[in-house]
Design a protein around this ligand. Structure first.
Ligand code: FES
Length: 254
């Protein structure tokens, strides 16, 4: 069958016009906007329902406005660099299909919340990484290095398997209402990062990490809103991990 304006060929997906409404800002400002002032700008792009939001953003950047700023690297949900707020929910642009967003309506794209905006969809990730560093995200052991690998049973590995999936995109932390309003809270990702080591049978620094999380900026700030669990693009049960850390602190059992 030959494609016509009315009938696409078998297997051909028809293109459509999609509107993206993007919250922008420029540190240097412009004739119309003060430095750092946020404003909305709409773009229309031709796209397919199976395209991702990242594809639409690329089209805008490459064909309409090269100044549009956003982070991305792997484009396949691995590096964690393109978390943004899409239709009021934190998601990875590279994992979000247009057809899952009702592309007949404008798609609202904003930077993730709670971190300083640098330009357009790019935020300063340093406060987020600073919290991660606080929980000492590396294996801590005492004594001499072993002469062979540190053995671990499948059951022991399963204990922290979920939290090893974190790609540090910050979708969880920047969806947390406590993080938005409390400048001190470490946020869900730092607790997930700590969980990964606290429940690792090979690690001996669990009580050092728990002490950090017992701080007023730590785990007790969590109000179990579950936003973090909903936002995680890796499907990590973030709230459950936080509860396990709280339980370890109250019972003293790991
Ligand atoms: S670009 Fe790497 S996770 Fe989306």
């Amino acid at each position: 069958m030959t494609a016509t304006a009315e009938s696409p060929a078998v297997g051909e997906v028809q293109a459509m016009l999609v509107t993206l409404r993007i919250l922008r800002s420029k540190p240097e400002g412009s004739d119309d906007h003060a430095p750092g002032e946020q404003y909305w700008q709409e773009f229309q792009v031709e796209a397919h329902a199976t395209d991702r939001v990242l594809d639409a953003l690329h089209k805008i950047k490459w064909e309409q406005d090269g100044s549009l700023a956003f982070r991305r690297s792997c484009a396949h949900g691995v590096c964690g660099s393109d978390a943004m707020r899409i239709n009021a929910r934190n998601r990875l642009a590279c994992k979000t299909l247009l057809k899952d967003l009702n592309p007949a309506k404008p798609i609202i794209v904003e930077p993730i919340k709670g971190l300083p905006v640098e330009k357009d969809l790019i935020v300063d990730m340093e406060p987020f990484f600073a919290s991660y560093r606080e929980i000492m995200p590396f294996l801590m052991t005492t004594g001499n290095a072993p002469t062979r690998e540190r053995l671990q049973s499948p059951e022991e590995r399963a204990r922290f398997d979920d939290t090893t999936k974190c790609i540090m995109c910050a979708a969880c932390t920047t969806s947390c209402p406590v993080f938005w309003t409390d400048g001190q809270y470490f946020g869900p990702q730092a607790i997930v990062g700590a969980h990964r080591f606290i429940f690792d049978s090979r690690d001996e620094g669990q009580w050092d990490r728990l002490e950090v999380l017992n701080d007023k900026a730590g785990v007790w700030k969590c109000r179990t809103a579950f936003n973090c669990t909903e936002a995680c693009p890796r499907g990590i049960e973030v709230t459950k991990a936080i509860s396990e850390v709280k339980k370890a602190l109250t019972t003293g059992a790991i």
